[in-house]
Design a protein around this ligand. Structure first.
Ligand code: FMN
Length: 185
């Protein structure tokens, strides 16, 4: 039996994307975004509330980074998703996170996060609140690589559960993409 749950923002998995920007005075900011993901080849699309400091920042610098939240930094990542830099100017220090300037885009890379996308802003639409970014480069900490490739078992990325408001660590491999389906071809 199928049950209607109504018109709700429910989807699994939802990512926990950590959006890094600089403000007018080059002070770093970081926020959490679950409404977003890969949009096209080498592009991301995020739904960012126009009142967030992050939005003013990315409009100013035309760049942002997207770090992947991991199980090791749940508290820090949740904190920056609760507190706005509009209210707490020392948000990153309070979160005990370290911002390092990206060499490719005008945005901060968060040292503690093991996987980061460096993005050039393509557009921000004030009506739809959609930010589109062009991925210029991906930075991975060598601690999450196996044989030079990102290893999800080491990355320990977390997803946001929009029903129970919890974070869930990505788990086991259950299949091979572009491969398992061939059994039915
Ligand atoms: C799990 C989680 C997911 C969130 N997803 C989004 C999102 O997709 N878009 C958004 O605009 N805000 C989202 N937020 C809220 C912002 O991260 C939050 O308002 C933040 O304080 C904004 O910071 P800023 O004003 O310094 O940019 C989310 C918060 C949490 C905890």
């Amino acid at each position: 039996m199928k049950i209607d749950l109504g018109r709700k923002t429910i989807l699994y998995p939802m990512p926990v994307l950590m959006v890094g920007t600089y403000d007018k005075k080059d002070k770093p900011d970081l926020m959490a975004a679950a409404w977003g993901g890969i949009f096209n080849d080498n592009m991301v699309c995020l739904c960012l509330d126009r009142n967030h400091k992050t939005v003013a920042n990315l409009k100013e610098h035309k760049a942002f980074t997207v770090g992947v939240a991991d199980a090791k930094h749940v508290t820090e990542c949740d904190y920056v998703g609760i507190v706005s830099a509009n209210d707490e100017p020392d948000k990153l220090d309070k979160a005990n996170l370290t911002a390092v300037k990206s060499t490719r885009v005008d945005a901060p890379v968060i040292d503690e996060l093991p996987l980061t996308l460096e993005c050039q802003l393509v557009s921000y639409d004030d009506n739809t609140e959609q930010a589109v970014g062009n991925i210029i480069n991906v930075i991975a900490d060598d601690s999450i690589l196996t044989g030079g490739k990102v290893d999800p078992a080491k990355l320990k990325a977390i997803t946001y559960d929009p029903v129970n408001h919890t974070y869930i660590q990505l788990g086991e491999v259950v299949g091979k993409a572009f491969s398992d389906g061939k059994k039915l071809q």
